[in-house]
Design a protein around this ligand. Sequence first.
Ligand code: ADP
Length: 447
Amino acid sequence: MIEKVLIANRGEIALRIHRACHEMGIKTVAVHSTADSDAMHVRLADESVCIGPPASTNSYLNIPAIISAAEITGADAIHPGYGFLSENARFAEIVNEHDIKFIGPSPEHIRMMGDKITAKETVKKLGIPVVPGSEGGITEDEEARKVCKEIGFPVIIKASAGGGGRGMKIVKKEEDLSTALNACRTEAKAAFGDDAVYIEKFLGKPRHIEFQIIGDSYGNCIHLGERDCSLQRRHQKVLEEAPSPVISEETRMHMGGVVAKAMANFGYCGAGTIEFLYEDGEFYFIEMNTRLQVEHPVTEMITGIDIVREQIRVAAGEKLSYTQDMVRFFGHAIECRINAEHPFTFMPSPGTVTQYHPPGGLNVRCDSAVYTGYKIPPYYDSMVAKLIVSGYTREGCLLRLRRSLEEYVIDGVTTTIPLHQELMKDPDFQNGDYDIHWLEKFLEQKG
Ligand code: ADP
């Protein structure tokens, strides 16, 4: 059905999508900025089009240039990857208006979930548990005080249009509420062009647990279990694992069933992730991502299901290749995000990679677009590789991960590999005993 896919992204994910396409016999078109002319995805794609100068706003976010590239090359579908235009409902609409298939959910679904207030209201109606907090947006101090009295301090004020860990403020006591509310609204307006904010109970020691789902246009929706993404720095994920060390088989199937049923009723078509905070045995929805996620490979490693392939199938109007009964979970997988940054201060370290040698062996996967001689440009996200390793047990997986990190050579730039190596030695991490605040404390000790 789909014959040629334009990949509207760069780096490892562009390569990841290219690989799925070629395995399906689909041709690929790479688009790139002038800074990425020598990128791996550009070299491997069947065709490539330069869409602008280095700055993302002029290239990877340049909708007219991307649509033109699709028309010139005759691409019949666009895969947006993650980041950039992947959750831009207007982009999805424009793609559809040009009779090109958007590999992702409908623009309406992207729009609803992109606004966190609407998202929360929507999933609540679908039977998914949410974090206690304000019903909708908050503008008046009086309203804010009333909500906080009900739920109790500390609270977190969040921008409805926020994302990427930005636009959040924790408030510990009533005296600080009014100032924080005003600051959050002003910052949200400046950063996202929308000053709508809402209030939630701030959970003290939750884990971040998310469920991968995928639906087709025939009303089917399946879940592929959970990922534990509690290891975060500044609300950004650093390492992810599946299954979560604290979720039982019974809980997985129960909660997975709840989200899959909700999304089937919603009529959701495409891959998506429902994110929860999990504390004292309870799940609290925080947001839904209507796209492929960075950490999707850990789910692929324990299910054997190619999520990008399924995304392409359902976008082409085909049925999912799997029913829920066919989904089997085996072993344990962990992903380390490797950034070109100082491992403990996180100072970016762009530059030329003088030697690149990824680890190999049984159950070791490296998703990266880096090669010896590659110049990491300073304009984009600093993640340069994902090391994903699986094992029969979590213990076995950790042994293999330690060995793989030892083997990984990325010379010429500083990377976060030493941070992951330190993590591997930590008893709490080894025991799976951590919450969303654990990594920040760990880093303070290292600092
Ligand atoms: P973003 O869209 O910016 O990623 P999320 O709503 O997904 O924002 O939240 C990101 C992270 O912020 C969560 O993984 C968690 O670490 C923290 N967080 C969000 N909401 C709460 C809350 N109510 N209590 C405690 N921590 C929270």
